[in-house]
Design a protein around this ligand. Structure first.
Ligand code: ADP
Ligand code: MG
Length: 314
């Protein structure tokens, strides 16, 4: 049975984060705290970055969700995620696929540290997001997560170079460094000759390439792409998927959220969602217990079956 859509909420295929308290447009017109100013990595707890992705011996996991639930308040409350566990290693290209209302956007917000789980644990580059303050989360997002949205969200008054360079403001780079990093990223997506163009002078596919360059410019640990071809015609969409595959081959870690089975089928790994649960994962990679976390509870040991979606324990 499908969870009923909430009035006023976009339960369709579009999954832009809804404006919420504390969200404000970033310098590039982005919708979200994704680009909210805040301290860079230096603002994070001491040692957090030096520690890297986790204790020695762990896989290089950049994202881990352990029994994550998210329930939106209301009468009745809406259980959007009902116990989701998976992990993503550096260098993976993963599709999260499911029909409207299955919880994809909710999951994207949690993976992007734009929201926190009701219960369960979300770790990004080994950091438990529940333990971080808002400024620390902003720093983590700026340094470790790149966002690509269906609607591109480019600043119309800025050149392509400016759009991408602005994304590096929050990682503490100086102007020359930002512009150089932006030019490199734009070259990587095939727009090296369009540095001075404005978004209005670009095709939809080119705009999305700018958005992808912006997401990649800071060398994030994870790129989250929400229906990245949703506003593009078929052929242009294919070229964007080809680009994502190339970037993956180059080592980028990319998670694509989509309702489209055909798009998901092109990704090496597909995580299928239905009614707030994972119903299939073609390459399960369990989150591993951390020393301070009671290994039995997380039930993920070498040689054991992966975590399976379960109702949260009462
Ligand atoms: P999808 O992106 O797969 O369409 P969502 O994560 O948007 O799924 O939604 C999952 C469920 O949670 C749906 O029933 C939706 O109506 C509900 N939901 C999503 N966001 C909110 C919100 N902010 N408040 C209340 N209910 C919400
Ligand atoms: Mg959605």
């Amino acid at each position: 049975m499908s969870t009923p859509a909430t009035a006023g909420h976009d339960a369709g295929q579009t999954s832009v984060p809804a404006p919420a308290a504390g969200w404000h447009a970033g310098p590039a017109g982005l919708p979200a705290g994704a680009w909210a100013a805040g301290p860079g990595p230096a603002g994070l707890p001491a040692g957090a970055w030096a520690a890297g992705p986790g204790p020695a011996g762990r896989e290089n996991l950049v994202l881990e969700l352990v029994q994550v639930t998210k329930t939106y308040p209301g009468s009745p409350p809406v259980p959007a995620l009902r116990g989701v566990s998976f992990a993503v290693a550096a260098g993976e290209l993963v599709a999260v696929v499911g029909p409207s209302g299955s919880g994809k956007s909710t999951l994207l917000h949690l993976m992007g540290t734009l929201d926190k789980p009701t219960t369960g644990t979300v770790r990004v580059t080994g950091l438990d997001i529940a333990a971080l303050s808002d400024p620390e989360l902003s720093g983590l997002r700026a340094s470790s997560i790149g966002f690509v949205f269906q609607q591109f969200f480019l600043a119309e008054h800025q050149t392509t170079l400016g759009n991408v360079a602005d994304a590096l403001l929050y990682v503490g780079a100086g102007l020359a460094e930002r512009r150089q990093g932006a030019a490199v990223a734009l070259g990587r997506v095939g727009l090296g000759r369009k540095l001075t163009a404005r978004p209005t002078q670009l095709s939809g596919g080119e705009r999305q390439r700018v958005a992808i360059a912006r997401a990649l410019a800071g060398h994030p640990a994870i790129v989250l792409a929400d229906e990245p071809t949703g506003n593009l015609d078929q052929a242009t969409g294919q070229s964007i998927l080809d680009l994502l595959a190339e970037l993956h081959a180059d080592g980028a870690t990319i998670i694509v959220v989509t309702h489209d089975q055909a798009i998901a089928a092109r990704m090496p790994r597909q995580i299928t969602m239905l009614d707030g649960r994972i119903t299939a994962d073609t390459a399960p990679r369990p989150a591993t217990p951390w020393p301070d976390e009671g290994g039995e509870r997380l039930a993920a040991r070498p040689g054991q079956p992966p975590l399976t979606p379960q109702e949260p324990q009462p």
